[in-house]
Design a protein around this ligand. Structure first.
Ligand SMILES: [Fe+2]
Length: 178
């Protein structure tokens, strides 16, 4: 977006933050996935429909879908997400920030790295959201093994299927990368 103005997503949508990589589709509409921590942790898909200026896009922006965190008091690190022509793909990874650790970090003056937690007994859950309706169409696809990632490689639709090309890193890699 070509704006130098600040935008407070908390005031606009009640979100505490958004992923680092919003995506724009062929129509010119921009999407991002944000999160809110209270009253319970959830992820929200924000659509910023194409407009003549970035200011207007922000004015028209709205949350089209929300997904509760699969964990009580914790939520996945979400640096990026995937998009196809018709769908948003969000992978909830077992690399989490816990609300109790955030409170602790504020008191102790710790960094974000200190509040992250790798949950090796948990697995990645794939969420697929239809862009047109905002409907969450799939949430039951779960990875065979837990994995960490920062960025998506590629997503596309083929023969009625959503294909996600993704790399996987191990817990050790995740710890050294953040
Ligand atoms: Fe990045």
């Amino acid at each position: 977006m070509d704006s130098n103005e600040k935008c407070d997503t908390n005031k606009l949508f009640g979100l505490n933050g958004q992923s680092a990589h919003p995506l724009t589709d062929a129509n010119g509409d921009m999407y991002n996935i944000g999160f809110s921590l209270f009253p319970s942790a959830k992820y929200s898909v924000v659509k910023m429909a194409k407009a003549n200026s970035s200011k207007e896009m922000m004015k028209k922006a709205k949350i089209i879908a929300s997904i509760p965190s699969q964990w009580n008091g914790a939520m996945a690190v979400n640096h990026s997400f995937g998009m196809t022509q018709n769908y948003i793909i969000f992978i909830e990874q077992p690399f989490v920030v816990t609300l109790s650790k955030i409170a602790q970090s504020v008191l102790k003056g710790e960094t974000l790295k200190d509040v992250l937690e790798w949950r090796s007994q948990e697995k990645n859950r794939f969420h697929i959201i239809e862009k047109g309706s905002g409907k969450v169409v799939k949430t039951e696809i779960v990875a065979a093994d837990p994995f960490y990632f920062m960025h998506f490689v590629n997503c596309f639709e083929q023969d009625g299927q959503v294909i996600v090309k993704q790399y996987k890193q191990t817990k050790e890699a995740s710890a050294s990368n953040v």
